[in-house]
Structures are given as C-alpha cells and as structure tokens.
Design a binder for this molecule. Structure first.
Ligand code: GTP
Ligand code: IMP
Ligand code: MG
Length: 340
C-alpha cells in the first residue's frame, strides 16, 4: 500500500498534469484525489495523441479503473466541474468522480469580485477564476458548500472516509496537488501568491488524510522556471533570451504569456525541505536539451544533462526519479526501480 502526494515545486505549471498521468497510468492506484486551491489550476494531459486541459478533474482520469475524488479543501466551481464531466465522458468520469460534500463553492459573484478587484486582478495578477474571494468567504464562514447545490447532488461523497477506508484495505492512493511552492500563502512570495498554502501537508489535509499515512512526496520541477502573474522572480530572463532558448509558453487557463527563468537551486532546496519531498520529477528536460526529446533511456542522456540532474540531487538531497522528455505520458524516463 502506498499513499503518495504530488506537488509543484515552483510557481505552478511545472508539468504536474503530465507526471500525474504517467504515474497513474502505470501504477494504477485505486483512488486518485485532487487537492490544491481550485479551478485556478490548468493541468495539461497528453495521452494517445489527444490533449486535455483540466481545471478540477484529477489529471489521473486516464486510469479508468480508479475512483476519483475532489477533497473538501478544494474550491468547486459547479459550472467548470460539470463541463469537465461532459468533456471527459468517454473516460467514464461521471460514474467514478465525487466531490466532498464540504467543498466550498465558487459562485458567479466570486469571479466578478476577483476580476473587478484592482488588488487581486491587477496587482497580484490573479487568474480571475474567483478562488481568492471564495476562500475569503470560506474564512468568513459565509461560503456555500457542495451539499447545498442540487446540480452536484449525484456527485457528493464523504471523501476522507472513502480514502482512509481504502488505505485500511492496503489500496494505493494518489493525491494530486495544484499550483506550486512559490505560490503558497505561507511560504511563497507573499503577497504575490495564491489564496492558500500549496505544500504537501496541506494537500493531504485537503483530502482528509493525516500526515502519518503519507509514504511518498513527489515534488515536480521544470528544468527552467516559469511564472504567470506578478511578483519576485530572482532567476528571470528577458523574453528575448527566452525566445532565443525556445522557451516561450502561454497559460492553460488565462492564455497569458508565462515569464521564464533559469532553474533556481535555492528555491528547489527550500521547496524540497518544506514539502518533505522524497522524490523529484524533473520535467521539460527536452526543452532545455532538445537532443533528448522523447527519450525513455537514462543511459542515452548526454553528460551535461546527467551533471544537471546530479547537481539537483546533491543540493536538495532528494533523488530525481522521473525525468520527463516530452508532453505525452510515454515520454518519460522512470528511475524509481533504482530506489528499491
Ligand atoms: P498547474 O496546476 O497550472 O500548475 O499546471 P501543471 O503543472 O499541470 O502544468 P501545465 O499543464 O499548466 O503546463 C505545463 C506544460 O508543459 C503543458 O503544456 C505540458 O503539456 C507541457 N509539458 C509537461 N511536461 C513536459 C515535458 O517534459 N516536455 C515538454 N516539451 N512539455 C512538457
Ligand atoms: P489566484 O490563485 O487566481 O488568486 O492567483 C494568484 C496568483 O497565483 C497569480 O500570480 C496566478 O497567476 C497564480 N496562479 C494561481 N493558480 C496557478 C496555476 O495553476 N498555475 C500558475 N500560476 C497560478
Ligand atoms: Mg498550469
């Protein structure tokens, strides 16, 4: 039985969607549970030549044998959730996806307040998806809960009960975080952060799993860093330099151009420490070193890439077990067997 938590090590968009898809497709956990803030996330999943952009549904949906849950700590926008249930219908998501009845709801007014706020939308550069105002209403104890929404009636469940019972029966559980360490309300670049802590402990609490039950924490880092929205970015490079390096990117939810920077070792060390990371997944290695595109074999990597990986392991003290060399789930070097 293994209970794993996967979190972003940077400012989000590290490629968590890709890593989750890979891990769930091959490891086949019984339960995949979405933690994190809410539909401000945009996870990309590429599978069998098809591309999906997800905001609430767990990215592990490609493993059709799993029950999927959205934990009580996650904000639910019923419109987004119900749209995704239709959009992913061919994966039978309607029969196997459940929302905790205690999830707080994002209403139209939350989106309007987010987008009309000079502080949130302009200064912080929020995604405008209503997450900040909805979390603020939750703290004020005025937010509606999923149990009050008739459209969600068929989808509500007691998520912690289901997950903890599965763990008692020695089943595997996979918990998906969203956003990233640098966006944590506590440990990120405040005030240029999201409306909640984004580290592994909170991801576990989001779905109602206690810290003693977590076996593995996988922190995902991109080989370079990107950031959308405002705020400090010590290793940022100019857009011109990013273009020369072929590192131009646009956001999945907002379409905004992502700021780009070089790998930040100091941030990686702090992120691994506070997340209690036991493994690192390193993504987009092919974008920094195009010659390794779609490689699935560690021995074929050139010495420069191996030195980069060794340096990350040496500095953070955490093994790099997954190396992602392309957006599709098959474009992966899996070194987890070497840990055994
Ligand atoms: P958030 O929850 O928004 O933080 O999202 P995320 O971590 O799931 O990342 P997102 O999908 O927003 O952005 C990552 C982008 O990189 C997507 O376009 C992925 O398809 C792509 N991607 C992920 N891994 C790799 C990789 O190893 N190589 C390449 N070339 N692209 C990748
Ligand atoms: P909010 O979470 O929409 O309030 O946005 C606050 C900050 O977090 C802004 O800088 C957003 O760009 C950033 N942010 C929130 N969610 C994500 C994400 O999933 N990926 C990247 N940045 C995010
Ligand atoms: Mg994203």
């Amino acid at each position: 039985m293994t209970c794993s938590v996967l979190v972003g090590g940077g400012w989000g968009d590290e490629g968590k969607g890709k890593c989750i898809t890979y891990l769930c497709h091959y490891d086949k956990p019984s339960i995949i549970a979405r933690a994190g803030v809410g539909p401000n996330a945009g996870h990309s999943v590429e599978f069998n030549g098809e591309k999906y952009g997800l905001r609430l549904t767990p990215s592990g949906f490609v493993h059709t044998g799993a029950k999927m849950f959205i934990g009580a700590g996650v904000l639910v926008d019923p419109e987004v959730f119900l749209h995704e249930m239709d959009y992913l219908n061919k994966y039978n998501v309607k029969e196997r996806t459940f929302v905790d009845y205690r999830c707080a709801i994002i209403e139209e007014q939350h989106k309007e307040r987010d987008q009309a706020s000079d502080h949130l939308f302009k200064k912080i550069g929020s995604t405008g998806t209503g997450c900040g105002p909805a979390n603020s209403d939750r703290v004020m104890r005025t937010a509606k809960l999923a149990s009050e929404i008739p459209d969600l009636e068929d989808y509500t469940a007691d998520v912690p009960l289901q997950i903890n019972e599965a763990l008692d029966e020695d089943q595997d559980v996979f918990i998906e975080g969203s956003q990233g360490f640098g966006l944590s309300l506590y440990y990120g670049t405040y005030p240029y952060v999201t409306s909640k802590d984004t580290t592994a402990s909170t991801a576990a609490a989001d779905v109602g799993v206690g810290p003693t039950r977590i076996d593995d924490v996988i922190a995902v880092f991109k080989s370079y860093i990107t950031r959308v929205g405002e705020g400090p970015f010590p290793t940022e490079i100019t857009q011109q330099k990013a273009e020369e390096m072929g590192l131009e990117e646009y956001g999945t939810v907002t379409g905004r151009r992502r700021r780009v920077g070089l790998f930040d070792m100091e941030m990686a060390k702090e992120s691994c420490m506070i997340n209690g990371a036991t493994q690192i997944a390193l993504t987009c290695v092919d974008r920094l070193y195009p010659e390794c595109e779609r490689s699935t074999d560690y021995s074929s990597l050139k010495p420069e890439i191996k030195r980069f990986i060794d340096e990350i392991e040496g500095e953070t003290g955490v093994p790099v077990t997954i190396i992602s060399t392309g957006p599709d789930l098959v474009d992966t070097i899996d070194l987890r067997d070497e840990l055994l």
